[in-house]
Design a protein around this ligand. Structure first.
Ligand code: PLP
Length: 475
């Protein structure tokens, strides 16, 4: 496959003719970077040679070389032997954001991660788990199904929510993301269609695509799911799987109403689409409302995934799949090539945590509700032009911006001491430039500081206008 390329003259036109700030190489690198993140220079486009660009911009060749080095160091370009420099757009920029900072004391506030700090009882759970560890130490420690004690605890929990479940229907995974990867690997053939919402959880988009899926995206508006539109799309595209996050959807925070749940169950049953229900956020009800019933209830082939990450701690790396019993064996076969199993100590810790989860859950919910309310109040005060619907659960708010500036905000965030994920990352086929997801998983003082930095960033980005060579605001 040949890559697209861009001429030096076209780059010069896109950059505009405003004077170079000093040092020129840095200014050039920054302007090129904005063109790349804005999509004006596409992903994997071959950039002009140093000599051509130096002539077109009337700059020295060493200035161009230094700008390219800067872009490469920041992950926005890569050099290929003998053929020059290539732009690296959204994919690399996103994974940089999701990777977060590599040096904990660099002062950056990461609003990219919708994940809470550890639950207060975690140390105690580790201590208790260590007491139970000797029983496991007599085994090889490889247990691709997961420890029986944890599978029993999880099955109990589904039963108490009204979903009859046996331990033999549970597979323990290294987090819910690993569960999605195992499901995709096991159930999809190259070219199979998977129905997702637009927006949806970005790592699920990548996991399905990496396993050869073609995604069919159903827009999810501010008023939630539209079962008729979903049915229409299902009829047109015959997806193999439908990936749904009905409870505190990531990133919108929507909770699917009972009527839409039962309609969607009918649609998927009638058209024989296997639903993957992602219940990672299900227990994060922040307004004292009753728990929604399991979406998989009454659907014999539906698959549910869950996680210890959002209620207890992401560092545990424990998640699970609940599936029809007959599917567990092929799923185990698929997981074996990935990781052979999940660490036993962490599984024992989660079994301990589940034993006493109502107290811990109440503490976690209280903390998150306080942080959510604080973030919303601070945003209303400092950034009144930004709007949002207050979520009744989950970990983040889904902000509407008064302009298509999300990518620009994310691209410039680091200079203001922030890490942001642009709205577009939540959409499989582009869009989301007016959207920003902001997690409220940090302490209130940090959220106050984060909103101060956001306000400064916004003032700069919104004032940028078209002074940077045609990067005009489209409000
Ligand atoms: C909807 C959703 N599913 C899955 C995950 C991944 O969770 P885990 O940490 O268990 O891999 C996340 C994490 O943000 C999520 O938001």
């Amino acid at each position: 496959m040949t890559n697209p390329w861009i001429s030096a003259a076209r780059v010069a036109r896109l950059l505009g003719d405003s004077a170079w700030a000093s040092p020129a190489y840095q200014d050039l690198a920054e302007r090129l970077r904005l063109l790349i993140v804005d999509g004006r220079i596409g992903h994997h486009t071959r950039l002009p040679s140093e000599r051509e660009l130096a002539t077109a911009l009337s700059l020295s060749r060493s200035t161009i070389a230094a700008a390219y080095v800067d872009l490469r160091e920041r992950g926005y370009a890569e050099a290929r032997r003998g053929s020059g420099n290539y732009a690296i757009a959204a994919a690399r920029a996103e994974s940089t954001a999701l990777l977060g900072s590599n040096s904990p004391d660099d002062g950056l506030i990461e609003l990219t991660r919708a994940a809470p700090r550890a639950t207060p009882g975690l140390m105690l759970a580790y201590e208790r788990a260590i007491e139970r560890l000797p029983a496991v130490l007599g085994t090889t420690g490889y247990e691709p199904h997961g420890l029986l004690t944890l599978r029993e605890a999880i099955a109990d929990r589904y039963r108490s929510r009204g979903l009859p479940t046996e331990p033999g229907q549970i597979l323990i995974t290294s987090g819910a993301l690993s569960a999605i990867a195992i499901l995709a690997r096991c159930l999809l053939s190259r070219g199979d269609r998977v129905l997702v919402d637009a927006p949806t959880y970005p790592n699920a988009i990548d996991a399905f695509r990496q396993h050869g899926a073609r995604l069919v995206a159903q827009p999810l508006g501010d008023d939630g799911w539209d079962p008729d539109a979903i049915e229409f799309l299902v009829r047109q595209t015959s997806p193999r799987l439908a990936y749904q996050i009905p409870d505190f959807h990531n990133p919108t925070g929507h909770l699917m109403p009972a009527g839409q749940r039962s309609r969607l169950r009918e649609v998927f049953r009638e058209h024989r689409v296997t639903m993957i229900v992602d219940e990672t956020m299900t227990e994060l009800l922040l307004d004292g409302q009753p728990e929604p019933g399991p979406m998989a209830a009454g659907l014999t082939d539906a698959i549910t995934i869950g996680s210890a990450s959002k209620v207890f701690w992401g560092g545990l790396r424990v998640g699970w799949i609940r599936a029809p019993r007959s599917l567990i064996r092929p799923l185990v076969q698929s997981r074996i090539a990935l990781d052979l199993g999940t660490a036993p100590l962490e599984q024992l810790v989660v079994a301990e945590l589940l034993r006493d989860s109502s107290t811990l859950l109440a503490l976690q919910r209280e903390r998150l509700a306080e942080q959510r309310d604080h973030l919303i109040a601070t945003l209303a005060d400092r950034l009144p032009a930004w709007t949002l619907t207050r979520p009744t659960g989950g970990l983040s708010v889904w902000v509407s911006l008064p302009g298509e500036l999300s990518g620009r905000l994310a691209a410039n965030a680091e200079r203001h001491g922030l890490l942001l994920t642009p709205g577009s990352q939540f959409f499989p086929d582009g869009g989301g430039e007016r959207r920003l997801r902001i997690a409220y998983t940090l302490p209130t003082e940090t959220l106050t500081e984060a909103v101060d930095r956001l306000a400064a960033l916004w003032a700069e980005v919104a004032a940028l206008g078209d002074s940077r060579g045609g990067l005009s605001l489209t409000a």
